[in-house]
Design a binder for this molecule. Structure first.
Ligand code: FES
Length: 108
């Protein structure tokens, strides 16, 4: 059964092709769910920290999402902003995969 913590399902693993990113809205959050080459799943906020843009409208390759608006980049595994104009890192979520379903732990 579930570990302690507030875990919510955001998508099925099958919803996300390897090397792709999809937008998910849940519990009032706009999230981006990524499946890296090799299968690792990561989840971050989907709204760029620079201005208002959905990161899933950008380009995703090798664990890096590039914003479509001003080409800022983030490492989706850590949320770290990698280049200008990004000054603030992206929020990431703890992820668990259970029976093919992707769950994230919501912050308190
Ligand atoms: Fe994403 Fe400017 S809105 S880099």
């Amino acid at each position: 059964m579930s570990e302690a913590g507030n875990w919510v399902r955001v998508a099925s693993v099958d919803d996300v092709e390897e090397g792709a990113a999809i937008p998910v809205e849940t519990m009032g959050l706009q999230l981006a769910v990524y499946r890296l080459q090799g299968g690792q799943i990561c989840v971050t906020d989907n709204i760029c920290t620079h201005a208002f843009a959905l990161l899933t409208d950008g380009w995703f390759e090798n664990g890096v999402i590039e914003c479509a608006l001003h080409a800022g980049q983030f490492d989706v595994r850590t949320g770290k902003g990698l280049c200008a104009p990004i000054e603030e890192d992206l929020r990431t979520y703890k992820v668990r995969v259970e029976d093919g379903e992707i769950l994230i732990e919501l912050p308190d």
